[in-house]
Structure formats: structure tokens, C-alpha cells
Design a protein around this ligand. Structure first.
Ligand SMILES: NC(=O)c1ccc[n+]([C@@H]2O[C@H](COP(=O)([O-])OP(=O)(O)OC[C@H]3O[C@@H](n4cnc5c(N)ncnc54)[C@H](O)[C@@H]3O)[C@@H](O)[C@H]2O)c1
Length: 450
């Protein structure tokens, strides 16, 4: 098939490239000329494992092209995928203007009947609104279909080729058949396509993200309760996760959820509920609990080093999760804001997201310093907070960390706050550091123990 993908971000670039890899002729269109230029040179504007090789291979094979507009022969494409951003507006509602703008482009150029496939995450009713806009403008029949994306940054390429499920929201049988055929090669180990109407499909995406975010926020709230009651979040997780009705995944307490999807989609669902007179109480509480987690982290630092004014806190891990350079709504950004507001300075390191974090915190000037090497970020800091469990942080030299960090000043050793609960407390304390996890309790060393 001849296909066009609008937007070369995490979703559009992976989708366009994945479809090219399946043998289709694909044009990726983006309004950002720099991104397009870079991609034509084989340079990937985002960090996504495995994507670079695929882009270059399909580019060389002539199946994958990049442009700032739709050019012939792609004005005669079979389908136009819209994978542009839908960021939150000031009131939390999803801004779908880029979706309408891209659809407007399709209306202008399309010279044969085609599908317009909305992959962006959009509020219920958006596909219908896009359809209404096209019906007035397009010269040919264009059918709008909802096909929300469920890929995860960091494993996006894998997720494209082996999706858990594909959700298709289409009214026409022909549209359903065309998309089923397009996704058939990805369904080799059993059909996992859910076919429904566009509105249910649109809501499914918000429901999925909010339910996952809810689990995370619930565990984070429990971790705070563990912290003050002496219960242990690991035990609670194992205890509930082994119930098959609950399941094991997404039950890890941590620094709060972040990224370009959960925070904005939870907020968009809250807004959608309000706009329709149906308060989304669970989503509201999920959002609130997440906002509070950054303050809980700051409190953990404070409990260990005293007032934050004039202190330096080192952060390891700035991306919202490992294997991505995406820092949108990352816990590191939220914690940075709280620390700065309380008078602390921040030193920081991340294997891939340092540049994005530096740009996002530029207004703080010298109070935020980003380092190329992980241990260099620790020199003279009063505490280290591990926020992202990148592999390179999993087995550090705690002796080196001890050497670089500054003593608390009250005779106590420096503290590391393991906001991902991935380090072994005994290893940390053996190096002469204090350990603080999230909702876990480190027994004081027995007399005679190092
Ligand atoms: N990132 C994820 O993990 C993920 C997962 C599932 C769904 N989604 C959803 O997919 C959509 C895209 O997300 P993303 O993270 O890939 O976004 P992104 O911000 O990484 O990329 C969006 C791209 O769209 C381009 N763009 C904006 N307006 C355009 C237009 N009119 N024509 C062509 N290009 C245009 C931008 O220049 C940018 O390159 C969002 O709705 C998001 O909620 C994202």
C-alpha cells in the first residue's frame, strides 16, 4: 500500500518506519523542517532503541521518505495516519488542533478515496469532528478511523511488531477490512484486533492509560502509608500481586508516573468527564496522588539532611523511565521544581535525557548543573536521589558514591534515596551510606556490623 504518516515523533516515526519495514511505500510528513532534514540524513531526532537502523535500512530500500508536505505520488495514498501531538491545554483538555491541521492537509491533497487513521490520543468525538471537517472540504471520499496507539517508549519498535492488541474504531466494513489487512502481518501468533466504533476506540485509550496510572498512584499512596506505619511496600506488592484478579504488573511504588502520556491523558479524561457532566473521581485522585509524590520525595531528602535551603541534591535519571530521552512531565523535573522552591541546588545526570533536561531547566541558571559522567554529579552533593532505573545505575560503586557525596554535617553519613527501590539496602549501608527507599524500611545495623 501507499501510506502517509503525519508527525515524526515517537508514534509517527515508529509507525511509518514499521509500515515501511512490512513492505509498504511510506512518506513521513512533519512540519518541523529540522527533524525532516535530520531524518533524510539518517539521523533520528529521538532516542528509541532499534529505530535508527530500521529508518536507515528502509530509507536505503526506497520505501521510507521524509518531507514537510505531501508530495506526489502520495496524494494518491491508501491511508493517511495522523500521529501528531495532542498536548494538554491550560485547563488540562487535550489540544487537538494539530490533528485538525493535519487532516486539513489531507483534505487539500488527496486525489483518491482513502482512510484517515487517527493514531493520536484524542477525546471522544474527535474522529467525528474530523470527519465533519473533511466532508465539507475534501474532493474525494475520506473515511476517518480511530486506531489509538499503545506502544511504550523504550520498547516502541518491539511493540509495533508485536502489539498486545490493535484497537480499530471504524463504522464502514471496507475501512475495517483494509486496516485488518494492514495489521494482519503483526497478528501471526493469534488475532488480537478489537473492532469497534470510533468513540469507544477513542475512550479505550484514555481508559487504559488512566487505569495503569491509577495502579501506580495507588501503590505510591500505599508507599507513603508504609513509610509512616512501618509496613513494607514490597511485601504488600507481593501480597496483592499474586492474586490473579489483580496481577503483578504496574504495582511498583516509585517517584510518580511521568512521560508524555499518563499525566496528560489522565487530565484529559478528567476534563472530558467534566465537560460531559460526569466527574471522573478516580482519575482526579490519581492525578492528585501523583502530584504529591514529588513532595514526598523532597520530604525524604529533608528528613535525612535537614532544611533544603543551601543544600545540593544530586539526581540520577532524568528521563521519565529508562531507554528513552523523553523528559516530558518526568519525576526529575517535578522534583527539581520542588527542590529549587525550597532553596536547594540540583546536580544531575542521565545517559540519554541530559540535553532535554538541561533545556527544560535553563531558567534556573547555575542552580541546576548537568554532568556528562554519573559520579561527577555527586561531588559535594548532600544526597543522591535515583529517579530512573537505567541499567547503568543498577550496580554502581557505592564506595565511589560515598567518596563523592558530602557528609550530612551532623556526624551522619550521606544519604541515597532509591526512588525505584532497586538497590540492596545492605550493600548501600555497607559502604557507609544511609539508604532510604520508597515505603521500605532498612533495619538499623546491628551492633558490630559495619
Ligand atoms: N509517546 C508515546 O509513548 C505515545 C504512545 C501512545 C500514544 N501517543 C499519542 O500519540 C500522539 C503523538 O505522540 P508523540 O509522543 O509521538 O508526539 P511527539 O511530540 O513526539 O511528536 C509529534 C510530532 O508531530 C509533529 N507535528 C505537529 N503538527 C503537525 C502537523 N500539522 N503536520 C505534521 N506534523 C506535525 C511535530 O513536529 C512532532 O514532530 C499523541 O497524541 C500521544 O498522546 C504517544
Amino acid at each position: 500500500m501507499r501510506l502517509v504518516a503525519f508527525g515524526v515523533g515517537y508514534v509517527g516515526l515508529v509507525t511509518g518506519t514499521g509500515l515501511a519495514e512490512l513492505g509498504h511505500d511510506v512518506l513521513c510528513v512533519d512540519i518541523d523542517p529540522e527533524r525532516v532534514r535530520a531524518l533524510r540524513d539518517g539521523v533520528i531526532p529521538i532516542y528509541e532503541p532499534g529505530l535508527g537502523d530500521l529508518v536507515r535500512r528502509n530509507g536505503r530500500a526506497g520505501r521510507l521518505r521524509f518531507d514537510t508536505e505531501v508530495t506526489p505520488p502520495f496524494d494518491e495514498a491508501d491511508a493517511y495516519f495522523l500521529a501528531v501531538g495532542t498536548p494538554p491545554g491550560p485547563d488540562g483538555s487535550a489540544d487537538v488542533s494539530a490533528v485538525h491541521a493535519a487532516a486539513g492537509q489531507v483534505a487539500k491533497v488527496a486525489r483518491r478515496p482513502a482512510l484517515v487513521v487517527v493514531k493520536s490520543t484524542v477525546p471522544v468525538g474527535t474522529c467525528d469532528a474530523v470527519q465533519a471537517g473533511l466532508d465539507g472540504k475534501a474532493k474525494v471520499a475520506l473515511e476517518v478511523v480511530s486506531n489509538p496507539e499503545f506502544l511504550k517508549e523504550g520498547t516502541a519498535v518491539q511493540d509495533f511488531f508485536r502489539p498486545d492488541r490493535v484497537v480499530l474504531g471504524a463504522r464502514g466494513q471496507q475501512a475495517r477490512d483494509t486496516l485488518r489487512a494492514l495489521y494482519a502481518p503483526l497478528q501471526l501468533s493469534g488475532e488480537r484486533v478489537v473492532v469497534t466504533d470510533p468513540r469507544s476506540s477513542e475512550l479505550t485509550k484514555y481508559a487504559a492509560n488512566t487505569m495503569l496510572a491509577m495502579r501506580v498512584s495507588f501503590m505510591n499512596e500505599l508507599s507513603r502509608l508504609c513509610h509512616v506505619t512501618g509496613a513494607d511496600i514490597h511485601a504488600v506488592r507481593l501480597g496483592i500481586g499474586s492474586d490473579t484478579r489483580i496481577g503483578k504488573r504496574f504495582l511498583y511504588a516509585g517517584p510518580g508516573y511521568g512521560g508524555s502520556c499518563f499525566p496528560k491523558d489522565v487530565q484529559a479524561l478528567i476534563h472530558l468527564g467534566r465537560a460531559n457532566g460526569v466527574p471522573m473521581r478516580m482519575a482526579e485522585a490519581t492525578h492528585q496522588a501523583n502530584e504529591e509524590q514529588a513532595h514526598f520525595l523532597a520530604r525524604l531528602v529533608e528528613e535525612s539532611v535537614g532544611s533544603l535551603a543551601g543544600k545540593t541534591v544530586a539526581l540520577w535519571g532524568l528521563a521519565f523511565k529508562p531507554e528513552t530521552d523523553d523528559i516530558r512531565e518526568s519525576p526529575a523535573l517535578k522534583l527539581t521544581d520542588v527542590l529549587l522552591a525550597r532553596g536547594a541546588s540540583v546536580t544531575a545526570h542521565d545517559p540519554e535525557a541530559a540535553r532535554n533536561y538541561q533545556k527544560a531547566t535553563a531558567a534556573a541558571g547555575a542552580r541546576v548543573k548537568v554532568f556528562d559522567r554519573d559520579y561527577d554529579a555527586l561531588d559535594g552533593a548532600h544526597a543522591l536521589v535515583l529517579l530512573t532505573e537505567w541499567r547503568s545505575y543498577l550496580a554502581p560503586s557505592f564506595a565511589e558514591i560515598r567518596k563523592r557525596l558530602r557528609d550530612a554535617g551532623d556526624g551522619k553519613p550521606p544519604v541515597v534515596i532509591d526512588a525505584r527501590n532497586v538497590w540492596k539496602p545492605a550493600e548501600v549501608t555497607r559502604a557507609g551510606l544511609r539508604y532510604q527507599g520508597i515505603g521500605v524500611h532498612t533495619p538499623a545495623a546491628a551492633p558490630g556490623e559495619p
